[in-house]
Every structure is written in C-alpha cells, then in structure tokens.
Ligand binder design. Structure first.
Ligand SMILES: [Zn+2]
Length: 180
C-alpha cells in the first residue's frame, strides 16, 4: 500500500531532524573543548587547562617530596589529535581512546601519567594522594588516566589518605628549651 501524503511528510521531517542531529554531533566533535588561551604548558611540554595545571603541579611537587616522580605523557588534545587516536584504537593499533568530542583530554582536564602496573610505587602514591589535589581515576582499565574534577572528587577525611587508610604522621620535632 503506498504511503499517504501526511505519512510521507512525517517521514521527511524525521529524516531532516536526524540529519540535523548528526551534523550537530559532528560539529561538536570538531570544535575545541577549551579556549587555547586557558591552556598552559607543563614543564614536560604537555598542555593542560590552567586550573588543572596548577593542581597537577602542586600534586607533582608533593609526590617529589615523597620521592615519587610524576610524568605526563598526554594532556590536552586537539580535536584532530583525539580523532587520530580514536582511529588508531578502532584499528586495534593503540590504547583505548574516547570518541572525538567525548574525551576530557580535549578539555585539558585529563592527564595520562607514567604509572606502570597498579602495584607500582607511582600508582600507589596516586591512589593514596591524588584526591587531595582534585584528581581521580575515571577509567577502570586505564591506571594511567587521571582527571581533574575537584567538584566530584572528595578529599580524604582528616587523618586518612584517599584510600581511607590512616596517615602516618611524623613525630613533632622536639623543641629544646633555650638555656637560661
Ligand atoms: Zn587518558
């Protein structure tokens, strides 16, 4: 049975709406997710949103004090870089990468760090301390991927680390009385 005119019109309208949604999605994927004026370069060369960069540098400093050196292998990614990584992943040639437009790397809020396995000293340090600086893990299968998300990252309770373990405090320094 041939479709009546109102049905054709409805079909056409649905088609147009779908095309429009698809175009918007593509456009969204192409647009940078952060103004480049808000990006700052870390000592290693990678860029991050300035808020994330500041928090990251404070975190790296604290890690250094504890004898752990952090290194960023990937920070901000342009739409083009994210698309390339996503294509590599789809071809089975690279690490898992989010669809262009869906990654917080494109907002300059995600960092990939050299951590090694989840039993490494670096990972251990991050797991115990990153929440104090607003960083948290968001992808279970990627121990190297950390995101700056201060609004959704709870700081540890007093006297505990990010894993809820008691923090060993150093004994307060002994103050000797000055000779009178
Ligand atoms: Zn990542």
């Amino acid at each position: 049975m041939p479709l009546s005119l109102p049905r054709w019109s409805l079909l056409l309208l649905l088609c147009l709406l779908a095309c429009d949604a698809l175009a918007t999605e593509t456009e969204r994927a192409r647009r940078p997710k952060v103004k480049t004026s808000k990006l700052v370069r870390l000592p290693g060369g990678e860029r991050l949103h300035r808020d994330a960069a500041l928090a990251y540098q404070r975190m790296a400093q604290a890690a250094e004090t504890d004898g752990v050196r952090l290194r960023v292998t990937s920070g901000y990614r342009s739409p083009r870089e994210q698309r390339w990584l996503y294509e590599q992943y789809r071809k089975g040639k690279g690490n898992k990468a989010a669809r262009p437009g869906r990654s917080n790397h494109q907002r300059g809020l995600a960092v990939d760090l050299i951590v090694g396995p989840a039993t490494s000293q670096r990972f251990e340090w991050l797991a115990a301390n990153a929440c104090r600086f607003g960083f948290r893990r968001t992808v279970r299968s990627e121990p190297w991927h950390w995101e700056y998300s201060p609004r959704t990252t709870l700081p540890p309770l007093a006297g505990e680390d990010c894993l809820g373990r008691p923090v060993e405090r150093e004994a307060p320094p002994v103050v000797e009385n000055a000779p009178s």
